[in-house]
Design a protein around this ligand. Structure first.
Ligand SMILES: CC(=O)SCCNC(=O)CCNC(=O)[C@H](O)C(C)(C)COP(=O)(O)OP(=O)(O)OC[C@H]1O[C@@H](n2cnc3c(N)ncnc32)[C@H](O)[C@@H]1OP(=O)(O)O
Ligand SMILES: CC(=O)CC(=O)O
Length: 304
């Protein structure tokens, strides 16, 4: 086994990515979910997105949710934005960590953001400047980084070109989104390698969906390259309503269960997280994809 990072930083995206693909749940339930996640040892939570309420009705109450969350001093909360209006709303709400999403493939960007990739990228320098003026950091999340549900393959050069544009625009960090779970370990190694050559100083996080069952294998491949920053969603919820076939993120409790057993610290209390995963499942009203939620932690035994 290659040397692995001693510790990883997990960003919990359940309250945003997890809930954007479900029937809307109440503001109160969202607040309870974020509060409960904040008490599990998770240090980063993407709480809401400031998008058009017609595009994603599930996030229409982002301001109310954020106003009611009991903010833990141990947790950094962030918000996803698609454009300048979203960024202004997020700054006005008091967020100091923002993510802007741009897809590497034009077709998904048009479906999702109603702009070409180039149009979204052209807006980035101003977004980064406005974020910094407002005292916030801005991460660029490049969606469809390993493939697009409309266009299929997305060339690595295209994805790296988007990353370079982001760096030139002044973003603080980069994340790649595997929107519909098209990554495999080989493709992860290739894209991470090319990205490190192209933008070596840009901190890189990875956001995997488990649509094709390769989520944890992808994470492990990245871990072996020293990547130590990952998104995951409680109970394995998630998916983009503008990406047909998209399904859940890698489940946070699966990531924590695997990593802790491998000696990689996450800082997360697995038992506490599993209770929150049960809560999330209750809130969405159906069985969630997480397998650790079904099977329980490795320490769980049954009577012989
Ligand atoms: C891979 C993933 O999971 S990404 C996350 C999931 N996907 C998403 O969240 C999709 C988000 N997409 C969107 O919200 C929309 O497509 C947008 C806002 C980006 C673009 O929509 P457009 O209709 O092109 O917006 P446009 O700039 O033309 O503005 C139209 C109206 O929307 C308003 N608007 C624009 N952006 C926002 C925003 N972020 N929040 C609220 N209202 C907005 C404008 O003020 C304008 O209002 P007006 O008609 O009263 O003047
Ligand atoms: C912003 C995201 O949610 C990333 C993705 O899934 O492409």
């Amino acid at each position: 086994m290659n040397d692995l990072p001693r510790r990883v930083s997990l960003r919990e995206v359940g309250p945003r990515d997890g809930l954007q693909n479900e029937e809307p749940i109440s503001t109160q339930a969202k607040v309870e979910l974020i509060n409960a996640l904040s008490a599990t040892g998770l240090r980063r939570v993407e709480a809401v997105s400031f998008v058009h309420p017609k595009a994603i009705p599930q996030m229409a109450d982002a301001d109310e949710v954020w106003a009611q969350v009991r903010r833990s001093p141990d947790v950094s909360y962030s918000a996803l934005v698609p454009n300048q209006r979203g960024l202004e709303r997020a700054l006005a709400a008091g967020f100091t960590e923002l993510e802007v999403v741009v897809s590497a493939s034009d077709t998904h960007n048009r479906q999702n953001i109603n702009r070409t990739t180039q149009e979204s990228l052209a807006a980035l320098p101003e977004l980064a400047a406005k974020a910094h003026e407002g005292g916030a950091t801005l991460q660029l999340i490049v969606s469809t980084a390993w493939g697009c549900p409309y266009e299929g393959e997305v060339p690595v050069e295209r994805v790296v070109w988007v990353a370079r544009q982001g760096m030139a625009a002044g973003i603080d960090s980069l994340a790649y989104g595997d929107t519909t779970g098209m990554a495999t370990p080989t493709r992860v190694v290739q894209l991470v390698g090319e990205t490190r050559s192209a933008v070596p100083d840009l901190p890189l996080g990875l956001h995997f969906h488990n649509t094709r069952g390769t989520g944890l294998a992808n994470l492990y491949a990245a871990l072996q390259l020293g990547v130590d920053d990952f998104d995951a969603a409680v109970a394995g919820l998630g998916g983009c309503p503008y990406a047909p076939g998209a399904s859940g993120n890698i489940a946070t409790e699966e990531v924590v269960s695997m990593l802790e057993d491998m000696g990689v610290e996450t800082g997360v209390d697995l038992d506490a997280l599993l209770e929150v995963a049960e809560m999330a499942e209750r809130f969405v009203g159906h069985t969630a994809p997480s397998q650790v939620l079904r099977a329980g932690p490795r320490s769980r035994t049954v009577q012989a």
